[in-house]
Design a protein around this ligand. Structure first.
Ligand SMILES: *Cc1c(COP(=O)(O)O)cnc(C)c1O
Length: 388
């Protein structure tokens, strides 16, 4: 058996329904399969390769660190971990950072902090975490419990107790639920990603933040997908003028290497003490060096370009043939198509564009620095795939 697709099917667990394409290499927003076919990458590995494939600056940061030290236990200091934490805090006003390796781990850390903060400050029965219906927070049993989509829960019960869900954009319902529940924290995605690329309404987010602050309920924002420039601000919460107590992020932060981070605000910076939490790989120096090269380039100029490209994409698809509606923020775009989204994505793949779906929408998460001409070429192909 030497066909990689067959080897994969035989030996890799069946959790992914892969397209029949084997990607071998690429540069920027263009990748090639093993037959030499060219694709424009409009998914960037689900919002991970923030500056595209094999980006030179990122590569030199990563390989430079690789030739120094690739891993040290968290019993010792390493430079990239410390400098990345400093950078994250300086850019957000948060006070401390815990590093893990994925979005789910970042959220697990946030949840542990909420539980301990509430236990110490309000009482051990204040353990409930309120999240939104249609949210997505990860695949571990605890972050699944946080995820407000029942179909992910089926056959995996019992999940971690202490999570309740409330409809997005209904502040009165959220308040009523919190008022009758001993609530430790509220966790939201400012733009629901897996749920269909749906931004929360500004008024709902603002009222929720105010209510949380007044009632000593932690506000935790899951920026695993929306973070690191994706929405046109460094973090999506910055579009809403709120200051969360905990921000979690992952996906785009490492530029392609695994890293997750929980950013801790003033209220919770000292909640975790020695031995309360940890991770063998967390803060890995190679991942952190890569992340520094990503974060350092997400400046006002780049964010301005993200906003301009976002406007181009929204304008191109709004009212286009076969398009019912366009949603999202920045370069996180959901397109509700007349044809089933899966059919559109399949047709795009055949015509050399890699797209994603989110629920019943075509989802686009291109690299933040996708060149305008490459973006235009991809948009043209996707529009033809949407048209009837
Ligand atoms: C992808 C995602 C996660 C899970 O991240 P992993 O790295 O796959 O564990 C959590 N929350 C949101 C909002 C996500 O988009």
């Amino acid at each position: 058996m030497n066909n990689i697709k067959d080897v994969d099917k035989s030996y890799v667990a069946n959790t992914y329904n892969r397209f029949p394409v084997e990607i071998s290499h690429g540069k920027g927003s263009v990748v090639y399969d093993t037959d030499g076919k060219r694709y424009i990458d409009m998914g960037s590995g689900i919002g991970v390769t923030a500056f595209g494939i094999s980006d030179d600056e990122w590569k030199s940061a990563v390989t430079g660190q690789l030739s120094k030290v690739q891993h040290m236990s968290n019993l010792y200091y390493t430079e990239p971990c410390a400098l990345l934490a400093k950078m994250l805090c300086e850019k957000t006003g948060m006070k401390k950072v815990f590093f893990g390796n994925s979005g789910a781990e970042a959220n697990e850390c946030a949840i542990k902090i909420a539980r301990k903060y509430a236990a110490e400050n309000k009482g051990e029965d204040y353990y409930t975490i309120v999240t939104l219906e249609n949210s997505f927070h990860g695949r571990t049993l605890t972050t699944l419990a946080a995820t407000g989509q029942e179909h992910y829960h089926e056959l995996f019960k019992p999940l971690t107790p202490g999570f309740v869900h409330t409809p997005a954009n209904d502040f009165e319902a959220l308040k009523a639920l919190c008022d009758k529940t001993k609530t430790a924290a509220i966790m939201i995605e400012c733009v629901q990603g897996e749920g269909g690329v749906i931004p929360l309404e500004a008024d709902f987010v603002k009222k929720t933040a105010e209510y949380a602050a007044e009632n000593n309920i932690l506000l935790m924002v899951d920026e695993v997908q929306t973070g690191n420039g994706r929405t046109g601000e460094l973090y999506a919460y910055m579009n809403y003028g709120i200051q969360p107590d905990v921000v979690t992020t992952a996906k785009g932060l490492g530029g392609g290497l695994p890293i997750g981070a929980a950013l801790l605000g003033e209220k919770v910076e000292s909640v975790l003490g020695f031995g309360d939490h940890g991770s063998t790989f967390g803060g890995n120096p190679v991942s952190a060096a890569g992340a520094i090269s990503i974060l350092g380039r997400i400046d006002d100029k780049l964010l301005g370009e993200v906003k301009a490209k976002s406007k181009f994409v929204f304008d191109a698809f709004s009212g286009a043939d076969g398009v019912e509606s366009v949603s999202g923020m920045g370069l996180m775009v959901g397109i509700k198509t007349v044809k089933p989204a899966g059919d559109v994505v399949k047709s795009c793949l055949e015509n050399g564009v890699l797209c994603l779906t989110a629920k019943d929408k075509v989802r686009l998460l291109p690299a933040l620095n996708i060149p305008q001409d490459v973006l235009e070429e991809a948009v043209g192909i996707i529009k033809r795939a949407c048209a009837q």
